[in-house]
Design a protein around this ligand. Sequence first.
Ligand code: SF4
Length: 462
Amino acid sequence: MKGQPIDRFSSELAADTRTAVIASASSTTEKRSHILNSDYPDPNRLRKLAAQIKQHTLDHLDTYLEQAVSKMRENGVKVHFASDGDAARETVLSILKEKGARKIVKSKSMASEEIHLNEFLEKNGLECLESDLGEFIVQLDGDVPSHIVRPIIHKNRREIANTFEREGLGEYNDDPEVITRRARAFFRSRYMESDAGITGGNFISAESGRVALVTNEGNARFSMAPNRLHIALIGIEKVIPRDRDFSVFLNLLARSATAQQLTVYTQFISGPRVDSQPSGPDEMHVVLMDNGRSDTLGSNCSEILRCIRCGACQNVCPVYRQASGHAYRATYGGPVGAVLSPLLAGDAFPQYSDLPRASSLCGACREVCPVDIPIPDLLVKLRAKGKVEGIPTPGSPSMGGFARGATSPGLWRAGLRAANVMNSLPASWIPAPALRSWLDQRTLPTWKGGEFRRWMKERRKA
Ligand code: SF4
């Protein structure tokens, strides 16, 4: 189903997968709303504050990045810049090679998903093990994540138990606790055998150069602690001005992503180990990745860079719930992906130009977004971009024909008569292929064209 427009993908989605996605997404949405409204008298104020801080940082990104880099260097961190995915992959590889690292454990990072880092390192002869349980299962299955926070939202526990059995991690058992214990036992030795740990980073404080990193499994901490080398791959938009801003974002991130007051493990990493802080890696490298972000910042959709990757817009979106993340054919699915993927794609924009159309513009995504990104407005801007660039939209019928019919009374009357006949015909008989494929994926109510005209005629007679 790769490369198919989102509605076709959705129509062919297995019922089990749809059920798993809807159940998980809707329960998290409800819990998120409950926790935010019970913990704060006006959660909207916090959202607006977070949006202001992020937008201010983006508006002065050059200044804050410079400040963050100089602080990180003061703290002993080696900072690298990567203009695109190739540069980021090569930078990570050269650091690992220079240190002779062959076995790598990695914690969940959307930036690394974006550049397919695992596959690249493996092609270059290195072992790269995902240590987040969901990402680990994705890796075992040769799959890709379908949600920012819950990479296996599309899988049920029976599928996971089958994967574990197939991979020799124990006999079939679909009890989540057993699955978790088996994964834990497997990972403990792997952490100790590894040569390097790769992580992402949720936020960087320009004030102190500290990197904040959150996980619910403690795997980022394990990926760093026993290793001599730590590499953090982070998008340039992750900078925030001050340490005190961590509290705004960490409170919102945990509640929006998983309906928790705080993510279970929250690390603030200042740099490699020093005499006063003797545990941890000898070396820490931060690779700051652009990969389309500067162009996005310069576009009329720059607000999307406020995103803190909480996944709340995915959970609430009626299209995402029906289609699941894989339908978006890119690292980021759901409303955030429908905006971000076409923008980050650069010259490959046409490949993703159908995504902004996969929305009813209901506005639910904006209502839940912890940084108040006007996602529906951005979707409309991207639709306009596609139109201006003359990109055809697969799967949508032409509106030109409708416009002609609607402005010509004779054609309109003939259309009404034809549409009444269509009620009794199967969709495969419809002569226009574009309309046929559109109707393949939709069930229209019975056509009742002409009723109004009849009513009007009768009324005039009376
Ligand atoms: S766009 Fe907003 S709601 Fe969606 S993932 Fe980003 S921060 Fe969360």
